[in-house]
Design a protein around this ligand. Structure first.
Ligand code: F6P
Length: 545
């Protein structure tokens, strides 16, 4: 099935031709109710999508498109544990991990909730033991530092959440994330740490990931300079689906926290992959995060599409990618503690929807996932916002705005918020030639000098953005936000008829790296590569110290 043949898609194509030049500025001037019309809430989270190139009719047509692909049916299939990850034959059940209502969720005839709850209990017990000092390091000292060793989904989500929830951190507890196989990452983390008080969480769904196993082995070697082999059990725990590999690595499987193949890596922070979060902010706050995500799950599952935040954001994304030809999407949190939020969103979105083959194995001829990028405001304003305002590409922006800071003793918040709002207003309104002229005259410009400068100062405006506004970045709110984007990605995957839950595109590089590794040894015969790769291997051999 290609969406291009769906009548609702074709109707959107015609509609696009009719309204592609629609001016948001004029629409705001004509319709004082535009904000109310294009605003939705999930409890205390508000989405303002009024600054988009849409009319009421656009939204009706986009919702009709969602209905035409049986979006509700797909949502139910995901929540109820059907194997919608068709290339791996797996259910997709990150929602079960935060199913706080505890209703049964069946996979292959078995309710997964008892296992989910058992691991949550195990995490709770472990956190209590660490926080109380009952579980101490080999010399009897309390654990003060957690080092999570993982990569991709086993790193980005937990690292982002720990940054964001720093104000909720348990006193005296530090958390560190090591992901890169570049030895700098591990070495710089270890420099600050004491083996007697450090706990390593080796997080890998498969427990076969080269970077993670390499880092874990080096961390163990570092530890063994102080502790003994039998002390390893007190300082290394694992999170994985693969008990055999965990045991083979030398971690006691009693100290392993289980995850399941129906948890995708980039959707796994809600599982025991979230252990560093729970150790850092406490299990209670981890559960608050789950609560928030569960609220968003219920919203997504039950709200009509015209009031459904993930559906609306997903459809708007399709509107820009497939009709306006946007290739990228910026996510800009006006909250410094969300600095890693765009990174996590990058993996979530791009590893899910960066696909060129549809669910039926056919190559597709329409655009799918955009490039996701961003950094916190206001920093981005002084870096890349020039291109968003005046560049030749149309880049929709999501502004994420918490009203209150966790650090009110330094009251910069009004300036931060003013800047966030100003960006979305400027992108929408722009500044036309008449306005620029009036400004330049006021500044004393005239004649040729004025005419020469004028075109450079014009902003075409009409550049779309969403604003997500909320009172404060609590654990619940963070849970809602992340779950919202997970579901947005899902919505788009369904419209594009792709499987958002596999990631075959990462495999080839892994295979080739394994083949190249022995070639880097000085005395080995270099295997067959293209001339560029072979020459680079030779050069590396020469340059190596
Ligand atoms: O290489 C991509 C990937 O498979 C991600 O999907 C995953 O999150 C990451 O690697 C880490 O995998 P694992 O948790 O199995 O080590």
């Amino acid at each position: 099935m290609t969406p291009l043949n769906i009548p609702e898609w074709q109707s959107l194509e015609r509609h696009y031709s009719d309204i592609k030049y629609l001016s948001m500025r004029e629409e705001f001037a004509l319709d004082s109710g535009r904000f109310n019309r294009f605003t939705v809430r999930c409890e205390d989270l508000l989405l303002d999508y009024s600054k988009n190139r849409i009319t009421k009719e656009t939204m009706q047509k986009l919702v009709a498109l969602a209905n035409s692909v049986d979006m509700s049916g797909w949502i139910e299939r995901m929540f109820s544990g059907e194997a919608i990850n068709n290339t791996e034959g797996r259910a997709v059940l990150h929602t079960a991990l935060r199913n706080r209502s505890n209703t049964p969720v069946m996979v292959d005839g078995e309710d997964v909730m008892p296992a989910v709850n058992a691991v949550l209990e195990q995490m709770k017990k472990f956190c209590n033991q660490i926080h109380s000092g009952e579980w101490s390091g080999f010399s009897g000292k309390k654990i003060t530092d957690i080092v999570n060793i993982g990569i991709g989904g086993s790193d980005l989500g937990p690292a982002m959440i720990c940054d964001a929830l720093e104000p909720y951190g348990v006193e005296g507890m530090g958390v560190h994330f090591v992901s890169n196989v570049d030895g700098t990452d591990l070495s710089t983390a270890l420099e600050k740490l004491d083996p007697e008080t450090t706990l390593f969480v080796v997080a890998s769904k498969t427990f076969t990931t080269q970077e993670t196993l390499t880092n874990a082995e080096s961390a163990r070697a570092w530890f063994l300079k102080s502790g003994s082999q039998q002390d390893v059990a007190k300082h290394f725990v694992a999170v994985s689906t693969n008990a055999a590999a965990v045991a083979e690595f030398g971690i006691d499987t009693d100290n392993m926290f289980e995850i399941w193949d129906w948890v995708g890596g980039r959707y796994s922070l809600w599982s025991a992959i979230g252990l560093p979060i729970a150790l850092y902010v406490g299990m209670e706050n981890f559960e608050r995060l789950l609560d928030g995500a569960h609220t968003m799950d219920n919203h997504f599952r039950n709200k009509p599409f015209k009031e459904n935040i993930p559906v609306i954001m997903g459809l708007l994304g399709v509107w820009y990618v497939n009709f306006f030809g946007s290739q990228t999407q910026a996510i800009v949190p006006y909250d410094h503690s969300l600095a890693r939020f765009p990174n996590h969103m990058q993996q979530l979105d791009m590893e899910s929807n960066g696909k060129v083959t549809n669910r039926d194995g056919k190559r597709i001829s329409y655009k799918t996932g955009p490039v996701i990028w961003g950094t916190p405001g206001t920093n981005g304003q002084h870096a890349y916002f020039q291109l968003i305002h005046q560049g030749t590409q149309l880049i929709p922006v999501d502004f994420v705005l918490p009203v209150n800071s966790h650090y009110p003793e330094v009251d910069h918040q009004s300036i931060l918020l003013a800047n966030g709002l100003a960006q979305s207003e400027a992108l929408m309104k722009g500044k036309n030639a008449e306005e620029v002229r009036a400004e330049l005259v006021k500044e004393g410009f005239e004649g040729e000098a004025l005419e020469a400068l004028l075109p450079h100062k014009v902003f075409t405006g009409n550049r779309p953005s969403n604003t997500l506004l909320f009172a404060r970045l609590s654990p619940e709110m963070l849970g809602k936000l992340v779950a919202l984007y997970e579901h947005k990605v899902f919505v788009q995957g369904i419209i594009w008829n792709i499987n958002s839950f596999d990631q075959w595109g990462v495999e080839l590089g892994k295979q080739l790296a394994k083949a190249i590794l022995p070639d880097l040894k000085d005395d080995s015969e270099i295997s067959i590569h293209d001339s560029s790769t072979t020459s680079l291997i030779k050069l590396i051999r020469e340059l190596r110290l």
